[in-house]
Design a protein around this ligand. Structure first.
Ligand SMILES: [Zn+2]
Length: 95
């Protein structure tokens, strides 16, 4: 995912919240084009994200809008971190 972290800086200031956990990300190459990302459905209408794979637009939204989906580990959500710890370790996380 390191390659995605480097690629999303271009999306800073180009992510727009449309409502209902849907976001738009302006294209870096074509200023008249934007990609629509549904974080609930874990998809984007770009060639990579349209089948549910992780794309740089989802990463940009997670980074700049502080929203996660099941493709992205939520680093800022304590409940999700506890849940993932429980899955991995089979026991509650001590806080
Ligand atoms: Zn995308």
């Amino acid at each position: 995912m390191a390659f995605l972290k480097n690629n999303v800086e271009c999306a800073r200031g180009k992510t727009i919240e449309e409502g209902n956990n849907i976001y738009s990300v302006l294209s870096e190459k074509n200023s008249t084009m934007k990609y629509s990302v549904n974080m609930d459905l874990v998809c984007c209408d770009c060639p990579i994200g349209k089948d549910g794979r992780l794309c740089k637009h989802q990463v940009a939204i997670a980074k700049f809008m502080d929203v996660s989906n099941r493709n992205i580990i939520p680093l800022n959500d304590p409940k999700q971190k506890q849940y993932l710890y429980y899955i991995a370790a089979g026991k509650e996380m001590d806080l």
